[in-house]
Ligand binder design. Structure first.
Ligand code: PMP
Length: 429
């Protein structure tokens, strides 16, 4: 229904080449033609407000990023074993946003590659294999990451060297003393770490998204994050902060999610927004860890940090700085969170507001208080009908995920919120 013959034909060709399992959003997939800022134009000319995509961090088709890529591609692009300026400029600029001991950078081409490399560093440094992850998490598509995936279907068996733990949530645990949440979580973490030791794996690393995006953005009690880091360190492991979703000022108050939540990592991995759509990822770590790894391994990466990628990454950082996008995420984010609170207070079917900065979540329940994935999906579709793009996440698939490009302006956020209020009124009657 509503599908043009051209879109139907394209879907068939896609299925016949990429296969039937390559996922697409929406019941009726959206066929896109172009974008600018927070706006996306479909093949049929319809305009959509993008309230979902964090890859076009500084806006779709950002002119500065486009120019930087074109200029550099017109001058020089080579593999990374020649001396060239751009990658060093990029590394200096990126590392300046970190706390002082995190002052070395490996570049990669994706978040998966970054997490894979971080795990190699951690296992070689510690001589251990064990990895701790959260329930319902996703860190990438390589084999060793598939073995520790708890949040998506994967064919690989869950690794016997991996333990998953639950992130305690103060938002849903209303009436529960935060101290008892902290204690029960401490016991669970001790058991997981102890079981890795007993099995002879030892503890190589904790791999964790500081915002717990895939996990539905639970909010742990005060002191929990510090406790988590301390327990992992005491067991001999390193702390890896996966900032693929939480990084680059998204949370408003800080450039990096680990800074925002008070986690003190040994390794920070990043990806998605880094090149505004140009494939880039990275691992930031200490000089000690980088040198130790470098002495033992001939690590090189053909494309990562090539002049064009570096130019794209630089343009993203320049754009963020010139347009004060981190402060913007904090300021506009605070206003939007307040308005989401109002929308939530108008219905018993929204049980929680989640996220921070320009990352928002609303948790949808049914009349009996159970997670309502169906209504959540209907809300996402209803928003699309209103030409507003959002998505959903969480272990129960009942958290609306709203995470627009960082350049979203006040009036555009208002359009999104008005549409959301109307969609809530329509779907959650
Ligand atoms: N870590 C997190 C937290 C992610 O959300 C993702 C991608 N959704 C990845 C890692 C993997 O990144 P990529 O798809 O660039 O390999």
């Amino acid at each position: 229904p509503g599908q043009t013959p051209a879109t139907a034909a394209l879907l068939r060709r896609r299925r016949d080449t990429l296969g039937p399992h390559s996922p697409l959003f929406y019941e009726e997939p959206l066929h896109l033609a172009s974008g600018a800022g927070v706006w996306l134009t479909a093949a049929d000319g319809t305009e959509y407000l993008d309230g979902y995509n964090n890859v076009p961090h500084v806006g779709h088709a950002n002119p500065r990023v486009q120019q930087a890529i074109c200029d550099q591609a017109g001058r020089l692009n080579v593999h990374t074993r020649y001396l060239q300026d751009r990658v060093v400029e990029y590394a200096e600029r990126l590392l300046a946003t970190f706390d002082t001991d995190l002052d070395r950078l490996f570049l990669t081409n994706s978040g998966s590659e970054a997490n894979e490399l971080a795990l190699r560093l951690a296992t070689q440094h510690t001589g251990a294999r064990g990895v701790l992850v959260t329930d319902f998490s996703y860190h990438g598509n390589t084999r060793s990451l598939a073995e520790l995936t708890t949040g998506l279907a994967v064919g690989e068996e869950f690794g016997d060297h991996v333990r998953a733990f639950h992130v305690p949530d103060t938002v849903t645990a209303t009436g529960v003393d935060p101290r008892s949440l902290l204690e029960s979580s401490a016991a669970q973490l001790d058991a997981a770490l102890g079981s890795l030791q007993e099995a002879g794996h030892g503890v190589a690393a904790l791999l964790v998204d500081p915002l717990f995006s895939t996990e539905g953005m639970p909010e742990p009690p005060d002191g929990w994050t510090q406790m988590l880091g301390e327990k992992v360190r005491a067991a001999g492991g390193l702390v890896i902060a996966d900032e693929v979703q939480s990084g680059f000022g998204r949370l408003g108050g800080a450039m990096w999610g680990h800074q925002a939540v008070g986690l003190d990592p040994d390794l920070v991995t990043m990806g998605k927004p880094m090149g505004n759509g140009h494939p880039m990822g990275g691992v930031v770590t200490t000089a000690e860890l980088l040198d130790e790894f470098g002495r033992r391994n001939m690590y090189f990466n053909t494309f990562a940090g090539n002049p064009v990628s570096s130019a794209a990454g630089l343009a993203v950082l320049e754009e963020m700085e010139d347009r004060r996008l981190m402060a913007h995420a904090a300021e506009l984010g605070a206003r939007v969170h307040r308005q989401l609170e109002e929308i939530a207070s108008g219905t018993a079917r929204i049980s929680a507001r989640r996220g921070s900065g320009l990352f928002f979540g609303l948790e949808i329940i049914d009349d009996d208080g159970s997670p309502d994935a169906r209504a959540t999906k209907r809300l996402v579709e209803e928003m699309k009908r209103r030409r507003l793009l959002i998505s959903r996440i969480g272990p129960q698939d009942n958290v609306l995920k709203i995470r627009p490009p960082m350049v979203i302006e006040d009036h555009e956020a208002q359009l999104l919120l008005e549409g959301l209020a109307e969609s809530v009124a329509t779907v959650l009657r």
